[in-house]
Ligand binder design. Structure first.
Ligand SMILES: [Zn+2]
Length: 145
């Protein structure tokens, strides 16, 4: 995972109540996932259109969708299992304007979940996602794409 240069990252000093409650819900789902699969890195991605959550998905260690394979092939990366962002896009009609990507440890502390550059960032831009929130250690950052 590689961080975008700091100049492009806007530290979130303020999350709207709406986004904040979506993140809280997602963290609850993530903590359940962490209980079920304590040995893997569990990441949740939430796809939104306007203010509406239209899909939620976790990264997957068993499935590799056509979309994941397509972007892996384009990036000359050996096939990989579905990243959460790809799994979330797969559950929509492709009309997504905001994506939230989160990872947390078993105590619920936020960890880095910056979407990978070669597959997810490329896909998010291709799908015209405008706004991306993702967790970093103990915080959420927002990136305009
Ligand atoms: Zn990825």
């Amino acid at each position: 995972m590689r961080l975008t240069p700091a100049v492009n990252i806007k530290k979130m000093v303020y999350l709207t109540q709406h986004v904040s409650s979506i993140i809280d819900d997602a963290l609850e789902q993530l903590s359940f996932r962490n209980l079920l699969y304590p040995k893997q890195h569990n990441i949740i991605a939430i796809a939104m259109k306007g203010k509406k959550v239209i899909a939620r998905a976790f990264n997957d260690y068993t499935q590799s969708s056509a979309l994941q394979r397509l972007y892996a092939r384009k990036a000359h990366i050996k096939n990989v299992y579905d990243h959460a962002e790809v799994a979330a896009i797969n559950k929509t009609n492709g009309l997504v304007d905001t994506m939230i990507v989160l990872r947390a440890n078993h105590k619920g502390n936020l960890l880095l979940a910056k979407p990978c550059e070669k597959i997810c960032m490329k896909m998010l831009r291709d799908f015209n996602v405008k706004k991306l929130y993702y967790s970093v250690n103990g915080d959420i950052v927002c990136l305009k794409l």
